[in-house]
Design a protein around this ligand. Structure first.
Ligand SMILES: Cc1ncc(COP(=O)(O)O)c(C=O)c1O
Length: 380
């Protein structure tokens, strides 16, 4: 059977955007069918025709998320401080809009998920880039030096997209001290939390350092771990009173509301999806290790730290012939779609982000093309 037949049958942007001749290893979707109970919960609403003002699943979102993070990450979150949004970025921008002014600085640790940078820029705020240190560790001194009076907020990714690192409690403590010194609001996007790859476990930002609890907005969703991006549903837990007050002063309609289908799918993921998630995590570990082993054996010029969470590989291709934007060259000349490194920060030339959440067969096809392009000395 054609290993690509399932992915080519899907409407998702991952495989549709570049057409059937390109192998898609870019946007953060997995090539695995979601847990069946999620589809069942969604089609149950449709089959019963229960599509009036049906808030049953929406009403369950906050307690179900609280129960999930308690069970999986030992984290106590207060349902009274939760607000639902149509996505993690929706929540982040909603917080930035009401608590900062145009021109204010928002810190990101680069390389960083490029959509954070776009959101800060399109909101008219200033991107304050703090490069991660050796091994993609948080550099608290660099963070401190980068902050000035106009710096008001941090967009934080824990676990980190694109490197797959999980910041340690020690790193979070140092980070928390600097955030407190400059009185920053910390928006901690934890949508990758449930994909920590054992022996690594998720370290919630507010759990890593208690001093962060009162200044952090923790954002979670089932979207990454259960492959449900199209459901458009995320929840923010707000520790920072400034954000609570500002949101309370707005009409709730500004925040919108996920659909009954989104909520039902999300609740089903947390209620029934754990066995599926465990199998998926095991597959991701096998894929990560296979990728590392093949790259080390076949193209040692490609460097990559093994992901501690998630399914992204942040590839250092600076020692190859692929130039400053390897993803552009690989797309044009090798039929491979990765994300462009330079989108992830000004220190990211020569890098590319790859997605290894796919079947072993497709992963080998992707690695074959990458190795072939590098051995052939492909240039821009
Ligand atoms: C760190 C991070 N935050 C947010 C998102 C997007 O989340 P949403 O679709 O809920 O806005 C992604 C998607 O890959 C992500 O990696």
């Amino acid at each position: 059977m054609d290993p690509l037949s399932r992915v080519h049958s899907l409407d998702g942007v991952k495989w549709k955007k570049y057409g059937p001749d390109v192998l898609a290893s870019w946007v953060a979707d997995m090539d695995f069918a979601p847990a069946p109970q999620i589809g069942e919960a969604i089609s149950d609403i449709a089959q019963r025709g229960d599509m009036g003002y049906n808030f049953a699943a929406l009403d369950r979102l906050h307690p179900e998320w609280a129960a999930w993070v308690k069970r999986c990450h030992g984290l106590d979150l207060d349902t009274e401080r939760m607000t639902t949004f149509t996505g993690a970025l929706h929540a982040m921008e909603a917080a930035m809009d009401v608590t900062t002014e145009p021109g204010d600085g928002v810190v990101v640790f680069t390389p960083i998920y490029h959509v954070f940078i776009n959101a800060i820029r399109s909101g008219g705020r200033r991107v304050v880039e703090v490069p991660l240190g050796a091994g993609y560790t948080l550099d608290a001194d660099a963070f401190d030096r980068a902050c000035d009076e106009g710096t008001k907020m941090v967009f934080f990714s824990q676990p980190h997209n694109p490197t797959g690192r999980v910041y340690t409690p020690d790193e979070l403590q140092a980070f928390g001290r600097v955030a407190a010194k400059h009185d920053l609001i910390v928006i901690s996007d934890e949508v990758w939390a449930d994909l920590a790859l054992p022996p690594y476990g998720h370290v919630p930002t507010v759990g890593g350092d208690p001093s962060l609890a009162d200044r952090t907005v923790t954002i979670g969703s089932a979207s990454k771990a259960f492959n449900l991006a199209a459901l458009s549903c995320a929840i923010a837990h707000v520790g920072d009173q400034r954000v609570i007050d500002a949101w309370e002063a707005q009409s709730a309609h500004v925040h919108g509301r996920p659909s009954a289908f989104s909520a039902a799918g999300t609740v089903a993921a947390w209620e029934h999806g754990e066995p599926w998630l465990n199998e998926t995590v095991a597959q991701l570990i096998r894929n990560r290790d296979h990728l590392s082993a093949r790259l080390a054996a076949e193209t040692p010029a490609v460097k990559c730290i093994p992901a501690e969470a998630g399914y992204l590989a942040w590839l250092d291709l600076r020692a190859t012939s692929l130039g400053d934007d390897p993803a552009a060259v690989l797309l044009e000349k090798a039929g491979l779609a990765f994300n462009s490194g330079p989108d992830f920060g000004s220190n990211c030339e020569g890098f590319a982000r790859m997605n290894f959440a796919t079947t072993p067969e497709i992963l080998d096809l992707v690695i074959d093309r990458l190795v072939h392009a590098i051995k052939a000395g492909v240039t821009p």
